[in-house]
Design a protein around this ligand. Structure first.
Ligand SMILES: [Zn+2]
Length: 458
């Protein structure tokens, strides 16, 4: 059943300028808006109303996931979807767009696909099987309770939607439209058990990336510094042992061994060149050259089935990279996450022409919107004017001038005077017209249009 709740119009009319503060602030053209069109709706999103991921569809509508469900903003009004065909979207996080412009959302217990037909969004739900027919280890006939949200959606070249839920890896079969469980969860479980650990909370699936040939890289999530990436050859992608559709009788010890041996041949550990160890990637990024970078502990590319550091002997090798972004000039930006000292390293800028690497953090004014900034970057985007925006655990910053080696960076962090309250920001997106949108932890949605900061609240 499709349930649609339209909520109020959230537009802003009052505009005030500001022109005080430091030299840096004076460069800001920001003006803020503070009055809502609909006085009945003049309340902010409730505390904890976090906006997680944003995307714009081919009609220019903005879609985002939040603790209150999936939202669509058409420029006039917001529409809220709390449930689609029995799948709850309240608390949904993951949202990705495929190459055909469809938007996929990770719901509780399945996938929701948003396709645009004419000018109407059509939402379809695909439920995960509630029980597992077979699993190499015979564990968990269903997902652990409370761990049922779909995460890390990846749309393959053939249009197959792959995703994680709990500790398992699934995919939506293009032909049958049925969700199929793979052997990845069971394979990991067996590996852990062999090493004397089998705690279900200690591992899972955190990402996937197809290379140019159609081979898969699958990253596992794990505690204890044992994270790994596996390569699955294109020919094995739908191997019946991998998709748990084989005829092996798993209650027969001999057949179970055969099945497990097959899996060992399907999952190839991707080692870091020169070591016996693997690393997991948190995010992957296809450069305009077609080359794919895998970011996690350091930045790697895949060469002959091994991870090779892209910029060896740089600081980048030691830091945890969460986000990769290639700007319109072809240069690269890397966002960092908390490391061992509970601090990130801000953002790295790599000039692909001069091969110079620069690092910017709160000491340069980046993400200094909160007194306890941890230099953690969640998102990087570019607006229609070529301005680079960086969001993180301490607000939102932009580079007022494009970085140049040897010159002091000109970074502006949005402050209260700009109409920006302190907030953690999860996501930014630049729409068709070059406007910037960003979602906050508890203050709703912000949009920057023609250098005006607009705040959208319920
Ligand atoms: Zn099998």
């Amino acid at each position: 059943m499709k349930k649609t709740i339209a909520i109020g119009i959230m537009l802003l009319v009052s505009v005030r300028g500001h022109n005080q503060g430091t030299a840096l602030k004076e460069q800001s053209q920001f003006t803020t808006s503070s009055k809502l069109v609909n006085p009945e709706k003049n309340t902010p999103f409730p505390y904890g109303h976090a906006i997680k991921e944003l995307a714009t569809d081919k009609l220019g509508h903005l879609w985002f996931t939040s603790t209150e469900g999936l939202y669509m903003y058409d420029g006039n009004a917001f529409r809220n979807y709390k449930e689609v065909e029995g799948l709850s979207l309240v608390g949904a996080v993951d949202l990705v767009q495929d190459k055909d412009g469809n938007i996929w959302v990770g719901a509780k217990g399945g996938l929701v696909k948003v396709s645009i037909e004419g000018t109407t969004p059509k939402l379809a739900g695909y439920a995960k099987p509630t029980t597992t027919a077979r699993n190499s280890s015979g564990i968990w006939t269903s997902e652990p309770p409370g761990n049922d949200f779909v995460h890390n959606i990846y749309i393959g070249m053939d249009g197959t939607a792959w995703f994680g839920s709990g500790y398992k890896l699934y995919y939506l079969d293009v032909t049958t439209k049925k969700i199929i469980e793979t052997a990845f969860g069971g394979f990991q479980y067996d590996k852990r058990k062999k090493a004397g650990r089998g705690n279900i909370d200690d591992f899972g699936f955190q990402g996937m990336q197809e290379d140019a040939e159609g081979n898969f890289l699958v990253a596992e999530a794990a505690c204890e510094g044992e994270q790994a990436t596996y390569l699955i050859h294109k020919a094995d992608k739908y191997n019946p042992c991998f998709t748990l559709k084989c005829n092996h009788n798993l209650s027969n010890a001999k057949e179970k061994d055969q099945h497990k041996n097959n899996l060992e041949k399907i999952f190839h550990l991707v080692k870091v060149k020169g070591t016996d160890k693997s690393v997991a990637f948190y995010s992957s990024f296809k450069m305009r050259s077609g080359e794919i970078y895998y970011a996690g502990q350091g930045l790697n590319k895949l060469v002959n089935g091994q991870f090779v550091s892209v910029m060896s002997s740089t600081e980048l090798d030691k830091d945890i990279i969460t986000k990769l972004f290639q700007d319109s000039k072809g240069n690269l930006w890397f966002g960092t996450a908390e490391g061992m000292n509970f601090e990130g390293k801000g953002v790295y800028f790599y000039n692909t022409t001069t091969h110079q690497l620069q690092n910017f953090d709160k000491a340069d004014g980046l993400l200094s919107g909160l007194p306890f900034s941890n230099n953690v970057v969640t998102c990087i985007a570019e607006d229609g004017n070529g301005k680079i925006w960086v969001a993180g655990d301490a607000g939102l910053s932009f580079f007022a001038k494009y970085p140049e080696k040897g010159k002091r960076p000109v970074i502006k962090t949005l402050e209260k005077a700009d109409g920006m309250d302190e907030s953690h920001i999860y996501s930014i997106v630049s729409d068709k017209t070059g406007n910037i949108w960003f979602g906050t932890w508890n203050l709703g949605l912000f949009g920057i249009k023609a250098d005006k900061l607009n705040k959208y609240t319920e």
